[in-house]
Design a protein around this ligand. Structure first.
Ligand SMILES: NC(=O)C1=CN([C@@H]2O[C@H](COP(=O)(O)OP(=O)(O)OC[C@H]3O[C@@H](n4cnc5c(N)ncnc54)[C@H](OP(=O)(O)O)[C@@H]3O)[C@@H](O)[C@H]2O)C=CC1
Ligand SMILES: O=C(O)[C@@H]1CCC=N1
Length: 271
C-alpha cells in the first residue's frame, strides 16, 4: 500500500488523532508512516498497523506522501522541519498541530509554495470528542483540504478561522482547556472530600457532574446561564455556592487571567 500520510511525533496528541483516523476508517493504518524516536510510542503506533521509523532517515527513499502531520513540541519544530524539507514547496500538504508555530514559519523553512494547514486540536480527540480549529494558507488544494477535514472530523468537531492571530486564543481556550476542566474535577473532588465524602464517591460525583452538565450544555439547546438558573433555587444551596464563585466575578476573572497566560505563552512559543 502507498504511504499517503506521514505522522511526525506520536506522543499524547499525535496518538490521539492517529487512533481517531484509523478507528473511523478515514485512512487505512497501512497508508500511514509514523516517525517517533521513543521506542514504546513507536511500538504503540506499529500495533495499530502503521509503518514506523525512528527518524526521517528511516523513511522509504521513494515515499511521496500527500500529507505530513507535524505533532512534535513547538520547541523542536525548526530542527524537525529541516528533515522534511524534501516534501516542501508543494510536494505535500503540511498539517501542524504545534502551539504557537505560525504558517509563515513553515513557509519560511519549507518554501513559500508549501501548502500548510495549522490545526489546534484538543485531547478529547482521543475519544472522538475533540475540538479542532484550522487555519490554512492559500496554497492548500481543495482535495487536500477535504482529505484533512475528513481526517480531523473523525476526532470530533472541526471549525475554521480566518485570522491566524486568533489561533493563540483558540489554543488558550480549547487546546489547553481540557487541562482546566480536569483540574476543576480534581478541585471538586478535593472539596467533596473536605465535605466528608469517601474518596471513591467524591471522585465519582465530581466526574459524573461535569460530564452530565457538559452533555446537557452541548445538547439541550439552552444557554448555560439558563441551565444554571434551573439548578439555582431561590435562596437555596446553589445560590449560596454561586455567591462564592460569581461574587465579584471571581471565577470569570480567574479564568480570564488563566486564558490570557496561555495565550501569551502561545505567542512566546511561536516567536
Ligand atoms: N497534548 C495536548 O493536549 C495538545 C498538544 N498540542 C500540540 O501537539 C504537539 C505535541 O504535543 P504532545 O503530544 O502533548 O507532546 P508529546 O511530547 O507527548 O509528543 C511529541 C512526540 O514527538 C516526539 N519527537 C521529538 N522529536 C521528534 C522528531 N524529530 N521526529 C519525530 N518525533 C519526535 C517526542 O519524542 P521525545 O519525547 O523522545 O522527544 C514525543 O514522543 C505540541 O506541539 C503541542 O503544542 C496541541 C493541542 C493539544
Ligand atoms: O500545553 C501545551 O502547550 C499544549 C498546547 C495546547 C495543549 N497542550
Amino acid at each position: 500500500m502507498t504511504a499517503r500520510l506521514v505522522l511526525v511525533g506520536c506522543g499524547h496528541m499525535g496518538h490521539a488523532m492517529l487512533t481517531g483516523w484509523i478507528n473511523a476508517g478515514r485512512i487505512a493504518a497501512n497508508e500511514i508512516v509514523v516517525v517517533e524516536p521513543n521506542d514504546d510510542l513507536r511500538d504503540r503506533a506499529a500495533t495499530l498497523g502503521c509503518a514506523v521509523a525512528s527518524d526521517a532517515d528511516g523513511l522509504p527513499a521513494d515515499i511521496s506522501p500527500e500529507i505530513v502531520v507535524i505533532a512534535v513540541k513547538p520547541q523542536v519544530i525548526r530542527e524537525v522541519l529541516a528533515d522534511y524539507a524534501r516534501f516542501g514547496d508543494g510536494a505535500a500538504t503540511f498539517v501542524s498541530i504545534a502551539a504557537g508555530s505560525s504558517v509563515a514559519t513553515f513557509e519560511g523553512l519549507l518554501g513559500e509554495d508549501t501548502p500548510v494547514i495549522r490545526c489546534m486540536p484538543n485531547i478529547p480527540a482521543a475519544i472522538g470528542k475533540g475540538m479542532m480549529v484550522v487555519f490554512a494558507n492559500d496554497r492548500v488544494s481543495e482535495k487536500a483540504r477535504d482529505f484533512v477535514a475528513g481526517l480531523l472530523s473523525a476526532s470530533g468537531e472541526v471549525a475554521s478561522i480566518g485570522d491566524e492571530k486568533l489561533m493563540d486564543a483558540v489554543t488558550a481556550v480549547s487546546g489547553s482547556g481540557p487541562g482546566y476542566v480536569f483540574h476543576f474535577i480534581e478541585a471538586l473532588t478535593a472539596a467533596a472530600r473536605t465535605a466528608g465524602l469517601p474518596a471513591e464517591t467524591a471522585a465519582r460525583l465530581a466526574v459524573q457532574t461535569v460530564y452530565g452538565a457538559a452533555v446537557m450544555a452541548a445538547e439541550s439547546g439552552e444557554e448555560p446561564g439558563a441551565l444554571r438558573q434551573q439548578v439555582t433555587s431561590y435562596k437555596g444551596t446553589t445560590a449560596a455556592a454561586l455567591d462564592v464563585l460569581m461574587g465579584e466575578e471571581r471565577l470569570t476573572r480567574l479564568l480570564t487571567e488563566a486564558v490570557e497566560a496561555a495565550r501569551k505563552r502561545s505567542i512566546e512559543l511561536g516567536s
